[in-house]
Design a protein around this ligand. Sequence first.
Ligand code: DP6
Length: 365
Amino acid sequence: MTNYINNRLILGAELEGCEGQIAWRSPSNIALIKYWGKFGKQLPRNPSVSFTLTNAFTDTLIEYNAKAIASEDIRLELYFNKERNETFESRVVKYFEELTPIFPFIKQFEFKIRTGNSFPHSAGIASSASSMSSLALGLCTLEHKLFGTLGDDSEFEKKASYVARLGSGSACRSIYSHAAVWGKTPSLPESNDEYAIPLNDEQLHPIFKDFLDDILIVSSQSKKVSSTAGHSLMENHSFAAARYDQAKQNMTVILEALSKGDIETFGRIVEEEALTLHALMMSSRPSYLLLEPNSLAIVEKIRTFRMESGLPVYFTIDAGPNIHLLYPMEHVVEVRQFITEQLSPLCEDGKFLDDHVGEGPEELI
Ligand code: DP6
């Protein structure tokens, strides 16, 4: 078990007048093997793997100032798109409170956090992965600035991933470039439930390093079920045990496919994972039906197009109606033409967002 509880991370006399700012840009990620079901403190019931995206990101600026008078409370103001956002603020206050055993210095400062997403709130893209990972990276940077404790890049990332996980499970995978695995799988001895690890060059074939993910916006309405509520639906689910076994097996198969560049096996697994996620939601108590008629129409069209064109184009879906189209960069021209002609008409206002596997988070200042 990793233990980041550290009561020595507290400033003495040097606290006086201490102030500064830190900013990170952190991307969203798309799960290939889905994390669905958790226990304890944000620990996953099964391993998951994701691609790190590029264009869907959150920028987070943390301004910190030493408190003039010592107090135990968390002091922070949160601005989302330049406006104070009390809902998000209270979530972050709670998050910071939970983090005080790891970062006791949090109580010595007051914070102004300014955050914003590159994608419109209404795009139906989950923002918790990008926003929580950018905050976690900011806090680890602050620790390093104050105490010089996280100079080793891989230690820094490991801690940022651990801290991000406590904010939102999927956020722990956004820390790394290209692809990340979270949760214990026998295929990767280093893998574990507490933080994600990156896939290295042997584990990720070059074909996947610039894979495209075009996100077809079927509906931009906010989610019918929060992910936290969604995960809890797995607790008494009739298919829970079988699902966790399936995910574990799929993980082994997809990791092999990712390392070999076997796109066909990759595609079979990601589609199975997406439809399983929705099958689990449909068969939950209560039941949720998040796919829209146009989501299914798009899935059918993708399958027909793949058969007729022979091109390796696959879909995945998160806990919502929008469809992610995954395919290699070399087919961008044909696939974009297919999107414009056949899929856009099924999207809300014809809208799709283009994204691709990328380099991971970036420190901005
Ligand atoms: C369907 O990470 O949003 O996107 O840990 O409760 O914040 P919390 O849940 P979250 O769940 C993501 C669920 C998913 C699949 C995935 O990203 O693996």
